[in-house]
Design a protein. Structure first.
Lengths: 94, 230
């Protein structure tokens, strides 16, 4: 078996980073930054999600084929969002 | 390698791992890789499943920003924040349960699985409290929804709450399924089925549980936090 045993220290560090990220995202939500509020909230969420996926879900230590599967899934979602908004944001009639 | 040598190597491997290795795999590494890839294929379909709902949220929020701000303000950021922390804790305990299996500590495996389930149930309990407040405040879409509370934004605020209940409800349903699977997995862990050599079922349950956590990591800021600074 080639499963990678992640050191306890890394799990604790990821756990603390996730808690701190939650605190920061709550605090940032109370500061009025205009359109940047959404950008900041989503950026923190993406970083937190990456930490969970790469470390808790072991993707960092998984095969390249697993990487391709994971990346393809999220990339598909970005295509969905990009093309939908390319439509909605350019409608002159609504 | 000659075919006979390959066959004898395979025989040796299957003798060694006979109870752990399904007959259609060459070795435990291949079996593990197949399980992992299969689970991710499922999780990617879940990304698409939840992705559609996230897209609906984004489109409507873009159309009715003021209504979404006002409606988001009605959510309880303290309970939502506590639940985020609870779910992160449960992700840690799940990761530690799998680590315990990897290093062959059976008691720690069972203990961390039980902790994960307790935290999952705590999340659902807090969610139930939040839902009951929404019923009391007439914020549940339907005939009792208080459209007037949002002024001219009433009908659009109702769309926010439809999306809120659809997304958090679906997320909560995933957690209930996860706890159900964990009851079965914990029984198997208690029987000592998960060894450092083979603990695929436990590991795949972990992948599912972490994925549910990832969904919440996006739901919390999008639903609860967007109306805070207004």
């Amino acid at each position: 078996m080639n499963t990678h045993v992640v050191p306890l220290k890394i799990y604790i560090a990821i756990f603390l980073a996730l808690l701190v990220g939650t605190g920061v995202t709550v605090a940032a939500a109370y500061v009025d930054m205009g359109a940047l509020n959404t950008v900041v909230a989503l950026s923190i969420a993406v970083v937190k999600a990456l930490l969970v996926i790469l470390y808790f879900m072991h993707v960092r230590y998984s095969s390249r084929l697993t990487w391709v599967f994971v990346a393809a899934g999220f990339f598909w979602f970005l295509i969905l969002v990009a093309f939908t908004f390319a439509d909605y944001d350019t409608r002159g009639w609504s | 390698m000659s075919p006979s040598a390959a066959a004898s190597k395979h025989d040796a491997a299957s003798e060694h791992d006979s109870a752990l290795l399904a007959h259609h795999f060459d070795d435990l590494g291949q079996q593990h890789e197949a399980a992992q890839l299969g689970m991710w294929a499922f999780l990617v379909s879940e990304v698409m499943f939840f992705g559609g709902l996230f897209l609906v949220y984004a489109v409507y929020r873009n159309m009715y920003p003021s209504a979404f701000h006002a409606a988001s303000h009605e959510l309880d950021v303290v309970l939502g924040g506590i639940n985020t922390a609870v779910l992160i804790c449960s992700s840690l305990t799940m990761a530690l349960a799998i680590r315990a299996a990897q290093v062959g500590k059976q008691k720690s495996q069972v203990m961390h699985l039980v902790l994960t389930m307790v935290l999952g149930i705590a999340f659902l309990g807090i969610k139930a409290v939040e839902y009951s407040h929404k019923f009391e405040h007439h914020l549940v879409p339907g005939p009792t929804f208080d459209v007037a509370a949002f002024g001219a934004d009433g009908p659009q605020a109702r769309i926010f709450f439809s999306i809120y209940f659809a997304m958090t409800g679906l997320h909560a349903f995933h957690m209930i399924v996860g706890i159900g699977v964990m009851i079965w997995i914990t029984k198997r862990a208690a029987r000592g089925e998960f060894t450092p050599q083979q603990h695929n079922a436990l590991e795949m349950t972990g992948l599912y549980w972490h994925f549910v956590d990832v969904v919440w990591i996006f739901l919390f800021p999008m639903l609860y936090l967007l109306g805070r600074h207004a």
